[in-house]
Design a protein around this ligand. Structure first.
Ligand code: MLT
Length: 401
Protein backbone atom coordinates (compact mmCIF):
# COMPACT_ATOMS: atom_id res chain seq x y z
CA UNK A 1 0.00 0.00 0.00
CA UNK A 2 1.26 3.47 -0.90
CA UNK A 3 2.03 5.93 1.89
CA UNK A 4 2.74 9.60 1.23
CA UNK A 5 5.83 11.29 2.69
CA UNK A 6 4.58 12.26 6.12
CA UNK A 7 7.20 15.02 6.35
CA UNK A 8 5.01 17.16 4.06
CA UNK A 9 2.59 17.54 6.96
CA UNK A 10 5.40 19.17 8.98
CA UNK A 11 5.91 22.00 6.47
CA UNK A 12 4.24 25.39 6.79
CA UNK A 13 0.90 25.50 4.92
CA UNK A 14 2.41 27.16 1.84
CA UNK A 15 5.78 28.29 0.56
CA UNK A 16 6.51 31.89 1.59
CA UNK A 17 6.54 33.45 -1.88
CA UNK A 18 3.44 31.51 -2.97
CA UNK A 19 1.52 33.11 -0.10
CA UNK A 20 2.88 36.56 -0.98
CA UNK A 21 1.80 36.07 -4.60
CA UNK A 22 -1.61 34.78 -3.51
CA UNK A 23 -2.30 37.89 -1.42
CA UNK A 24 -1.18 40.15 -4.27
CA UNK A 25 -3.50 38.29 -6.69
CA UNK A 26 -6.45 38.66 -4.31
CA UNK A 27 -5.79 42.39 -4.00
CA UNK A 28 -5.47 42.76 -7.78
CA UNK A 29 -8.71 40.87 -8.39
CA UNK A 30 -10.50 43.20 -5.97
CA UNK A 31 -8.78 46.33 -7.36
CA UNK A 32 -8.35 45.85 -11.13
CA UNK A 33 -7.06 49.44 -11.52
CA UNK A 34 -4.33 48.98 -8.93
CA UNK A 35 -0.70 49.90 -9.62
CA UNK A 36 1.23 47.58 -7.32
CA UNK A 37 4.98 48.08 -7.14
CA UNK A 38 6.66 44.72 -6.51
CA UNK A 39 9.36 44.74 -3.88
CA UNK A 40 8.76 41.24 -2.60
CA UNK A 41 10.47 38.22 -4.22
CA UNK A 42 13.98 38.93 -5.43
CA UNK A 43 13.01 38.80 -9.08
CA UNK A 44 14.94 41.04 -11.44
CA UNK A 45 13.34 43.61 -13.74
CA UNK A 46 16.06 44.73 -16.17
CA UNK A 47 16.68 42.93 -19.49
CA UNK A 48 19.59 40.61 -20.23
CA UNK A 49 22.80 42.25 -21.42
CA UNK A 50 23.73 42.36 -25.12
CA UNK A 51 26.58 39.89 -24.78
CA UNK A 52 24.19 37.34 -23.25
CA UNK A 53 21.56 37.87 -25.94
CA UNK A 54 24.14 37.53 -28.72
CA UNK A 55 25.62 34.37 -27.19
CA UNK A 56 22.16 32.85 -26.88
CA UNK A 57 21.32 33.70 -30.49
CA UNK A 58 24.56 32.16 -31.66
CA UNK A 59 23.89 29.03 -29.57
CA UNK A 60 20.41 28.73 -31.06
CA UNK A 61 22.01 28.80 -34.52
CA UNK A 62 24.43 26.06 -33.42
CA UNK A 63 21.42 23.91 -32.66
CA UNK A 64 20.16 24.35 -36.23
CA UNK A 65 22.87 22.33 -37.97
CA UNK A 66 24.08 18.76 -37.54
CA UNK A 67 27.74 19.70 -37.16
CA UNK A 68 27.19 22.09 -34.24
CA UNK A 69 24.06 20.58 -32.68
CA UNK A 70 24.22 19.61 -28.98
CA UNK A 71 22.13 16.87 -27.39
CA UNK A 72 22.67 15.69 -23.82
CA UNK A 73 25.52 17.58 -22.24
CA UNK A 74 27.65 16.47 -19.29
CA UNK A 75 25.56 16.35 -16.09
CA UNK A 76 28.24 18.44 -14.38
CA UNK A 77 28.13 21.19 -17.00
CA UNK A 78 30.18 21.88 -20.12
CA UNK A 79 33.93 22.21 -19.49
CA UNK A 80 33.95 25.62 -21.25
CA UNK A 81 31.73 27.09 -18.51
CA UNK A 82 33.27 25.21 -15.58
CA UNK A 83 36.73 26.41 -16.62
CA UNK A 84 35.62 30.02 -17.01
CA UNK A 85 34.07 29.98 -13.54
CA UNK A 86 37.11 28.39 -11.90
CA UNK A 87 39.41 30.90 -13.52
CA UNK A 88 37.37 34.11 -13.15
CA UNK A 89 35.41 33.62 -9.94
CA UNK A 90 38.21 31.89 -8.04
CA UNK A 91 41.74 31.72 -9.44
CA UNK A 92 41.92 35.33 -10.69
CA UNK A 93 40.68 36.38 -7.25
CA UNK A 94 43.55 34.56 -5.59
CA UNK A 95 41.68 31.36 -4.70
CA UNK A 96 43.78 28.50 -6.06
CA UNK A 97 42.16 25.68 -4.09
CA UNK A 98 39.25 25.54 -6.56
CA UNK A 99 39.43 24.13 -10.08
CA UNK A 100 36.96 23.27 -12.85
CA UNK A 101 36.30 19.74 -11.56
CA UNK A 102 35.00 21.18 -8.28
CA UNK A 103 32.28 23.09 -10.14
CA UNK A 104 28.85 21.69 -10.97
CA UNK A 105 26.58 23.75 -13.23
CA UNK A 106 22.91 23.71 -12.26
CA UNK A 107 19.61 25.36 -13.04
CA UNK A 108 19.99 27.66 -10.05
CA UNK A 109 20.86 27.86 -6.38
CA UNK A 110 17.40 26.92 -5.15
CA UNK A 111 17.49 23.43 -6.66
CA UNK A 112 21.01 22.71 -5.43
CA UNK A 113 20.24 23.92 -1.91
CA UNK A 114 17.14 21.74 -1.87
CA UNK A 115 18.97 18.72 -3.30
CA UNK A 116 22.19 18.78 -1.27
CA UNK A 117 20.40 16.96 1.56
CA UNK A 118 20.64 13.81 -0.60
CA UNK A 119 24.31 13.49 0.36
CA UNK A 120 23.80 14.06 4.10
CA UNK A 121 23.22 11.31 6.65
CA UNK A 122 19.64 11.21 7.94
CA UNK A 123 20.45 11.82 11.61
CA UNK A 124 22.92 14.65 11.39
CA UNK A 125 22.43 17.85 13.36
CA UNK A 126 21.68 20.93 11.29
CA UNK A 127 22.23 24.56 12.27
CA UNK A 128 20.59 27.31 10.25
CA UNK A 129 21.14 31.03 10.73
CA UNK A 130 17.65 32.54 11.07
CA UNK A 131 15.95 34.57 9.53
CA UNK A 132 16.65 32.24 6.63
CA UNK A 133 15.82 31.61 3.00
CA UNK A 134 12.97 29.12 3.58
CA UNK A 135 14.46 26.40 1.37
CA UNK A 136 17.17 25.51 3.94
CA UNK A 137 14.57 24.57 6.54
CA UNK A 138 11.83 23.20 4.28
CA UNK A 139 14.22 20.90 2.40
CA UNK A 140 15.57 19.45 5.65
CA UNK A 141 12.03 18.95 6.93
CA UNK A 142 11.16 17.05 3.76
CA UNK A 143 14.25 14.88 4.29
CA UNK A 144 12.99 13.99 7.77
CA UNK A 145 15.29 16.21 9.81
CA UNK A 146 12.79 18.63 11.36
CA UNK A 147 13.74 17.58 14.88
CA UNK A 148 17.47 17.91 14.13
CA UNK A 149 17.37 21.60 13.25
CA UNK A 150 18.77 24.27 15.57
CA UNK A 151 18.21 27.88 14.62
CA UNK A 152 20.94 30.45 15.20
CA UNK A 153 19.06 33.68 15.75
CA UNK A 154 20.28 36.78 13.96
CA UNK A 155 18.76 39.75 15.74
CA UNK A 156 19.34 43.43 16.31
CA UNK A 157 21.18 42.47 19.55
CA UNK A 158 23.91 40.51 17.71
CA UNK A 159 24.11 42.78 14.68
CA UNK A 160 22.12 40.16 12.71
CA UNK A 161 25.18 37.87 12.73
CA UNK A 162 24.83 34.33 14.08
CA UNK A 163 26.83 33.15 17.05
CA UNK A 164 28.75 29.86 16.89
CA UNK A 165 26.53 26.90 17.86
CA UNK A 166 26.38 26.16 21.59
CA UNK A 167 26.03 22.40 20.85
CA UNK A 168 28.00 20.53 18.18
CA UNK A 169 26.59 20.92 14.68
CA UNK A 170 27.23 18.67 11.68
CA UNK A 171 25.96 20.92 8.88
CA UNK A 172 25.70 24.70 9.10
CA UNK A 173 23.82 26.86 6.58
CA UNK A 174 25.17 30.37 6.10
CA UNK A 175 24.11 32.89 3.46
CA UNK A 176 26.23 36.02 2.96
CA UNK A 177 25.55 38.70 1.88
CA UNK A 178 22.47 37.59 3.71
CA UNK A 179 19.04 36.93 2.37
CA UNK A 180 16.88 38.41 3.88
CA UNK A 181 18.69 40.89 6.14
CA UNK A 182 21.27 42.11 3.62
CA UNK A 183 23.97 41.98 6.31
CA UNK A 184 27.39 40.85 5.05
CA UNK A 185 30.29 39.09 6.82
CA UNK A 186 33.84 40.31 6.84
CA UNK A 187 36.66 37.90 6.04
CA UNK A 188 37.46 37.91 9.75
CA UNK A 189 33.84 37.03 10.71
CA UNK A 190 33.82 34.18 8.24
CA UNK A 191 37.14 32.82 9.44
CA UNK A 192 35.53 32.01 12.83
CA UNK A 193 33.06 29.74 11.03
CA UNK A 194 35.66 27.98 8.94
CA UNK A 195 37.82 27.43 12.04
CA UNK A 196 34.78 26.07 13.90
CA UNK A 197 34.02 23.66 11.05
CA UNK A 198 37.64 22.53 10.84
CA UNK A 199 37.79 21.88 14.59
CA UNK A 200 34.42 20.12 14.75
CA UNK A 201 34.45 18.25 11.42
CA UNK A 202 31.33 20.16 10.43
CA UNK A 203 30.24 20.97 6.88
CA UNK A 204 29.26 24.52 5.91
CA UNK A 205 26.75 25.11 3.12
CA UNK A 206 27.65 28.62 2.05
CA UNK A 207 25.04 30.35 -0.08
CA UNK A 208 26.78 33.24 -1.81
CA UNK A 209 24.11 33.97 -4.42
CA UNK A 210 24.53 37.71 -3.72
CA UNK A 211 28.33 37.97 -3.83
CA UNK A 212 28.23 40.25 -6.89
CA UNK A 213 26.64 42.90 -4.65
CA UNK A 214 29.60 43.15 -2.29
CA UNK A 215 31.01 46.68 -2.51
CA UNK A 216 33.18 47.01 0.60
CA UNK A 217 36.72 45.61 0.42
CA UNK A 218 36.79 43.78 3.78
CA UNK A 219 33.65 41.77 2.97
CA UNK A 220 34.08 38.14 1.88
CA UNK A 221 32.71 37.18 -1.53
CA UNK A 222 33.59 33.50 -1.30
CA UNK A 223 34.10 31.23 1.67
CA UNK A 224 37.21 29.89 -0.06
CA UNK A 225 38.91 33.20 0.67
CA UNK A 226 39.45 31.62 4.09
CA UNK A 227 42.31 29.15 4.39
CA UNK A 228 41.12 25.59 4.86
CA UNK A 229 37.55 26.26 3.72
CA UNK A 230 37.97 23.84 0.80
CA UNK A 231 38.09 21.04 3.40
CA UNK A 232 34.80 22.00 5.07
CA UNK A 233 32.57 24.06 2.75
CA UNK A 234 30.28 23.74 -0.23
CA UNK A 235 29.52 27.06 -1.95
CA UNK A 236 26.31 27.69 -3.89
CA UNK A 237 26.04 30.48 -6.45
CA UNK A 238 23.56 31.73 -8.97
CA UNK A 239 23.54 33.88 -12.10
CA UNK A 240 19.96 34.93 -11.28
CA UNK A 241 20.78 38.00 -9.25
CA UNK A 242 24.17 38.60 -10.84
CA UNK A 243 23.08 38.75 -14.45
CA UNK A 244 19.30 38.77 -14.50
CA UNK A 245 18.98 35.00 -15.06
CA UNK A 246 15.89 34.41 -12.90
CA UNK A 247 14.01 33.37 -16.04
CA UNK A 248 17.01 31.81 -17.82
CA UNK A 249 17.96 29.48 -14.94
CA UNK A 250 21.63 28.86 -14.34
CA UNK A 251 23.85 28.67 -11.29
CA UNK A 252 26.60 26.50 -9.91
CA UNK A 253 27.72 24.69 -6.81
CA UNK A 254 31.31 24.20 -5.74
CA UNK A 255 32.00 20.86 -4.07
CA UNK A 256 35.79 20.73 -3.67
CA UNK A 257 37.56 17.42 -4.20
CA UNK A 258 39.23 17.98 -0.84
CA UNK A 259 35.92 17.54 1.02
CA UNK A 260 36.39 14.18 2.73
CA UNK A 261 33.82 13.20 5.33
CA UNK A 262 32.88 9.87 6.85
CA UNK A 263 29.88 7.57 6.58
CA UNK A 264 28.25 6.59 9.89
CA UNK A 265 30.41 3.45 10.05
CA UNK A 266 33.60 5.47 9.75
CA UNK A 267 34.42 4.81 6.07
CA UNK A 268 35.73 7.87 4.25
CA UNK A 269 33.49 9.44 1.65
CA UNK A 270 34.37 12.11 -0.84
CA UNK A 271 31.58 14.63 -1.25
CA UNK A 272 32.67 15.68 -4.75
CA UNK A 273 32.30 12.08 -5.92
CA UNK A 274 29.00 11.69 -4.09
CA UNK A 275 27.54 14.89 -5.54
CA UNK A 276 28.74 13.84 -8.98
CA UNK A 277 26.97 10.49 -8.51
CA UNK A 278 23.84 12.23 -7.28
CA UNK A 279 23.76 14.65 -10.21
CA UNK A 280 24.45 11.90 -12.76
CA UNK A 281 21.51 9.95 -11.37
CA UNK A 282 18.93 12.68 -10.96
CA UNK A 283 19.96 15.52 -13.28
CA UNK A 284 20.65 15.75 -16.99
CA UNK A 285 22.53 19.02 -16.99
CA UNK A 286 21.66 22.57 -18.02
CA UNK A 287 20.86 23.33 -21.66
CA UNK A 288 23.67 24.23 -24.04
CA UNK A 289 22.04 27.57 -24.97
CA UNK A 290 21.81 28.61 -21.33
CA UNK A 291 25.41 27.59 -20.57
CA UNK A 292 26.62 29.56 -23.59
CA UNK A 293 24.69 32.56 -22.25
CA UNK A 294 26.36 32.16 -18.85
CA UNK A 295 29.80 31.86 -20.49
CA UNK A 296 29.26 35.25 -22.17
CA UNK A 297 29.19 36.83 -18.71
CA UNK A 298 32.93 36.20 -18.44
CA UNK A 299 33.83 38.26 -21.52
CA UNK A 300 34.96 41.86 -20.83
CA UNK A 301 31.57 43.13 -22.17
CA UNK A 302 29.72 40.59 -20.05
CA UNK A 303 31.63 41.69 -16.94
CA UNK A 304 30.76 45.32 -17.65
CA UNK A 305 27.10 44.39 -18.04
CA UNK A 306 27.11 42.53 -14.73
CA UNK A 307 28.66 45.54 -13.01
CA UNK A 308 26.14 47.95 -14.57
CA UNK A 309 23.20 45.74 -13.62
CA UNK A 310 24.27 45.16 -10.04
CA UNK A 311 25.15 48.86 -9.66
CA UNK A 312 21.64 49.75 -10.79
CA UNK A 313 20.00 47.46 -8.20
CA UNK A 314 22.45 48.59 -5.53
CA UNK A 315 21.56 52.18 -6.22
CA UNK A 316 17.86 51.31 -5.73
CA UNK A 317 18.62 49.49 -2.49
CA UNK A 318 20.80 52.37 -1.28
CA UNK A 319 18.01 54.91 -1.95
CA UNK A 320 15.49 52.74 -0.10
CA UNK A 321 17.85 52.37 2.82
CA UNK A 322 18.54 56.12 3.02
CA UNK A 323 14.86 57.07 2.79
CA UNK A 324 13.86 54.68 5.58
CA UNK A 325 16.77 55.71 7.78
CA UNK A 326 15.84 59.37 7.29
CA UNK A 327 12.35 58.57 8.57
CA UNK A 328 13.96 57.24 11.73
CA UNK A 329 13.40 53.53 11.17
CA UNK A 330 15.85 50.79 12.01
CA UNK A 331 17.23 49.49 8.73
CA UNK A 332 20.09 47.16 7.76
CA UNK A 333 21.26 45.87 4.39
CA UNK A 334 21.42 47.78 1.12
CA UNK A 335 25.19 48.33 1.40
CA UNK A 336 26.57 45.04 0.10
CA UNK A 337 23.25 43.51 -0.83
CA UNK A 338 20.14 44.27 -2.88
CA UNK A 339 17.95 43.61 0.19
CA UNK A 340 16.88 46.14 2.80
CA UNK A 341 15.66 44.82 6.17
CA UNK A 342 13.24 47.17 7.83
CA UNK A 343 11.90 47.04 11.38
CA UNK A 344 8.38 48.35 11.98
CA UNK A 345 7.41 50.31 15.07
CA UNK A 346 6.41 47.17 16.99
CA UNK A 347 2.65 47.68 16.71
CA UNK A 348 2.06 45.32 13.79
CA UNK A 349 3.23 41.82 12.92
CA UNK A 350 5.15 41.34 9.68
CA UNK A 351 2.07 40.07 7.83
CA UNK A 352 -0.02 42.98 9.17
CA UNK A 353 2.63 45.41 7.85
CA UNK A 354 2.63 43.56 4.53
CA UNK A 355 -1.17 43.85 4.25
CA UNK A 356 -1.11 47.49 5.35
CA UNK A 357 1.44 48.49 2.69
CA UNK A 358 -0.29 46.46 0.01
CA UNK A 359 -3.66 48.06 0.74
CA UNK A 360 -2.57 51.63 1.48
CA UNK A 361 0.52 52.12 -0.68
CA UNK A 362 0.12 49.33 -3.25
CA UNK A 363 3.62 48.14 -2.45
CA UNK A 364 4.37 44.46 -2.00
CA UNK A 365 7.15 43.46 0.37
CA UNK A 366 8.17 40.18 2.00
CA UNK A 367 7.10 39.68 5.62
CA UNK A 368 10.12 39.09 7.84
CA UNK A 369 8.35 36.34 9.77
CA UNK A 370 8.20 34.34 6.52
CA UNK A 371 11.95 33.83 7.02
CA UNK A 372 11.39 32.51 10.54
CA UNK A 373 10.40 33.75 13.98
CA UNK A 374 13.57 35.86 14.22
CA UNK A 375 12.15 38.00 11.40
CA UNK A 376 8.86 38.84 13.14
CA UNK A 377 8.19 42.58 13.12
CA UNK A 378 10.38 43.13 10.03
CA UNK A 379 9.77 43.54 6.31
CA UNK A 380 12.20 42.90 3.49
CA UNK A 381 12.27 45.24 0.48
CA UNK A 382 14.23 44.45 -2.66
CA UNK A 383 16.19 46.79 -4.90
CA UNK A 384 15.34 44.64 -7.94
CA UNK A 385 12.64 46.82 -9.45
CA UNK A 386 13.44 49.48 -12.05
CA UNK A 387 14.92 52.79 -10.81
CA UNK A 388 11.73 54.59 -11.84
CA UNK A 389 9.41 52.25 -9.93
CA UNK A 390 11.76 52.23 -6.94
CA UNK A 391 11.64 56.04 -6.84
CA UNK A 392 7.83 55.96 -6.87
CA UNK A 393 7.79 53.23 -4.22
CA UNK A 394 9.99 55.37 -1.96
CA UNK A 395 7.60 58.31 -2.30
CA UNK A 396 4.74 56.06 -1.23
CA UNK A 397 6.71 54.56 1.66
CA UNK A 398 7.55 58.03 2.94
CA UNK A 399 3.87 58.94 2.80
CA UNK A 400 2.40 55.83 4.39
CA UNK A 401 4.97 54.63 6.92
C1 MLT B 1 14.11 35.73 -2.60
O1 MLT B 1 13.35 36.64 -2.89
O2 MLT B 1 14.39 35.43 -1.44
C2 MLT B 1 14.70 34.94 -3.72
O3 MLT B 1 14.50 35.57 -4.92
C3 MLT B 1 14.06 33.63 -3.81
C4 MLT B 1 14.84 32.71 -4.67
O4 MLT B 1 15.91 33.02 -5.16
O5 MLT B 1 14.33 31.60 -4.85
Amino acid sequence: MFYANDNFTKLPESYLFSEVTRRISVYKAEHPESDIIRMDIGDVSMPLGNSVIEAMQKAVEDMASCSTFHGYGPEQGYPFLRELIAENDYQLRGIFAIDAEDIFISDGAKSDIGNLGDIFGRDIKICIAEPAYPVYIDANILDGRKENITLLKCLHENGFKPELPAKPADVIYLCYPNNPTGVALSVEDLKCWVDYALQNRALIIYDSAYEAYVRQPDIARSIYEIEGAEKVAIEVRSFSKTAGFTGVRCGYTVVPKSLDFTFADGRISNLNKMWNRRQSTKFNGVGYIVQKAAAALYTPEGQQEVKALTDCYMSNAGSLREALLKKGFEVVGGENSPYVWFRGNGEKTSWEMFDYLLNKAEISSTPGSGFGQAGEGYLRFTGFNTPEKTRRAIERLIKYL
